[in-house]
Write a protein that binds this ligand. Structure first.
Ligand code: NA7
Length: 528
């Protein structure tokens, strides 16, 4: 079979793949992007459920590489809605003429390194393609996770997954709807579904902490003002802890008096957003007693909002520290449970048994519904890489190398897998940060590396990788993150190794490490 040859193949046309394409083109290398969807945007192409919105503010959740783009694009709301983010992605694709190098409806199903030829051989649909370098821009939240429950195929009504939402939208008018899952996707969509459906039953396995987004239109004057300071704000974001410009806390939650702490938490609650409470003190994510103060503050707000005390208690998270799962931002989530047409089922007390022809059965009985919405999340961070399961040197599969959890150097590449780069891979700040900032940093690092390599081969040294993996684990172990059964820990997928996958050392510190590696002649990598 004939094989099409490129210098670089990029897998995925989300924000990482699009920018990578733009950068690789500028190097004068031949390049092709393969994208499974029929449009750009990655996770924002697929996740079209009602209420889908980014939890990072619009002015921060955007590319910084083009000052003209930055000035021209007008965001309309404080947090961008999915349709607006998708329009932005499409605008970027048009503006930089990206589509001509992207093959849509093209899924990369296999990739193997041919050591003799020094090339990756890939299978794309039924086509054979080869490339000297491969960049996996496959996203951290791109493989939907369905619940491990029997009977989905036997259900007579309609079945939806938030991460594979029909493009034409869904009308729930007059329907009885079951929603399974109360992570961000559930918490964002439930108020919308409940407002439309005849009856909504929410099946909750783990109660989550949610904070009001305080969403609203973006004041054009504020947008203009931010645009005048964009260079400075972007630089601040790059060197920050989470990829968002904001003042860093200086005090422990336990060193201030309770009234002062309460005032600060109220300020965060009233302002809304991801960091008002989690970022108010230095030790919310690292000290259980400090964390308890924030967790209890949020539980008190749930009790205040939800009128039925039993329901309020069911909705109150007690089994994991606050912010050890990504905190959710909502609009009227807890208020939704005051509606007469909304029921809440606690799967901790009455576990999910099966999906039947008529609805959802728990250990307590059957709930007859017309539609089931699975808001059950993703096989996060490693799922898309392992779906391709690249075969590296000596026939070693990534799934074998990662059988006890992901191992990567800086989240950028893996020993044994020459010339294969991962954008925001495990062991980098990725999902703990503003993804746009982390994506740009990785893409720019990889582009510089490709320029410096000038066709040479690169691969992480095993000892450098081991040391980095240990460092990622040690820094994670100093926090409360390992206490939660989160997707950060791989805990949402049965059989997945329990390893804290992202790097919690901070976006700015991580960037400095990567820059040092480059400055020291790609320290920790073997170039040949
Ligand atoms: P999440 O945050 O992984 O949430 C998935 C939800 O689905 C969560 O409440 C899960 O409960 C629940 N779930 C998963 N499997 C089951 C089964 N088998 N039975 C019952 N309930 C289940 O995914 P999202 O899509 O909401 O959000 C992902 C990220 O996107 C989010 O963190 C933001 O960064 C944006 P569990 O908590 O595992 O007990």
């Amino acid at each position: 079979m004939s094989e099409t040859e490129y210098d670089v193949v990029i897998v995925g046309a989300g924000f990482a793949g699009m920018y990578m394409l733009h950068k690789v083109r500028a190097l004068g290398l031949s390049v092709r992007v393969y994208e499974a969807g029929d449009g750009v945007g990655g996770t924002w192409y697929w996740n079209r459920y009602p209420g889908a919105r980014c939890d990072v503010e619009s002015m921060d959740y955007s590319y910084s590489f083009s000052p003209e783009l930055e000035q021209d694009w007008e965001w309309t709301e404080r947090y961008p809605r999915q349709p607006e983010i998708l329009r932005y992605a499409e605008h970027v694709a048009d503006r930089f003429d990206l589509r001509r190098d992207i093959a849509f409806n093209s899924r990369v199903s296999a990739a193997a390194y041919d050591e003799g030829a020094g090339r990756w051989r890939l299978t794309v649909n039924d086509e054979r393609v080869s490339a000297r370098y491969v960049v996996m821009a496959t996203g951290c939240l791109s493989v939907p996770k369905w619940p491990e429950v029997d009977g989905i195929g036997s259900f007579r009504g309609r079945v939806f997954h938030t991460a594979q939402w029909p493009h034409e939208g869904v009308d729930f008018t007059g329907r009885r709807v079951a929603v399974i899952g109360t992570g961000s996707s559930g918490i964002q969509s439930i108020p919308h579904i409940a407002a439309q459906a005849a009856h909504t039953t929410v099946f909750q396995r783990t109660a989550n902490y949610s904070i009001p987004a305080r969403h609203g239109p973006l004041d054009p004057r504020e947008q203009k003002e931010i645009k005048t300071r964009y260079r400075e704000l972007r630089q601040e974001a790059r060197m920050s802890a989470s990829g968002v410009p904001r003042p860093m806390p200086t005090k422990s939650a336990l060193e201030v008096d309770p009234a002062e702490r309460e005032r600060v938490f109220w300020e965060g609650w009233t302002r809304g957003g991801l960091f008002g409470i989690s970022g108010a003190y230095t030790d919310i994510r690292s000290d259980q007693a400090a964390n308890d103060t924030a967790a209890e503050f949020i539980r008190a707000r749930i009790r205040e909002t939800v009128t039925d005390p039993e329901r309020a208690e069911t909705l109150s998270p007690r089994d994991h520290p606050f912010a050890t799962k990504r905190p959710c931002l909502d609009t009227d989530y807890y208020q939704t449970y005051n509606r007469d047409d909304v029921d809440l089922v606690d799967l901790k007390k009455t576990p999910l048994a099966e999906i039947t022809a008529a609805g959802v059965r728990t250990s307590d009985g059957e709930y007859a519904v017309d539609d089931v919405v699975f808001a059950t999340g993703f096989d996060a961070m490693t799922g898309a890489l392992l779906a391709v399961d690249p075969v590296g040197r000596d026939g070693v599969r990534l799934s074998d190398k990662w059988s006890a959890g992901p191992r990567a150097y800086l989240g950028l590449g893996m020993a044994g897998f020459p010339n294969l780069f991962t954008v925001t891979g495990p062991g980098s700040p990725s999902v703990l940060s503003n993804m746009m900032v982390s994506i740009e940093q990785h893409v720019e690092w990889i582009a510089q590396c490709l320029a410096d390599l000038n066709g040479a081969r690169i691969e992480p040294a095993p000892d450098a990788e081991d040391a980095w993996v240990a460092h990622v684990r040690d820094v994670g172990a100093e926090t409360l993150f390992p206490k939660a059964n989160s997707w950060y820990m791989g805990a949402n997928v049965p059989g997945k190794p329990r390893v804290f996958m992202p790097y919690v050392g901070g976006v700015g510190a991580y960037r400095e490490t990567c820059d040092r590696v480059t400055a020291n002649g790609y320290e920790g990598f073997v170039i040949s």
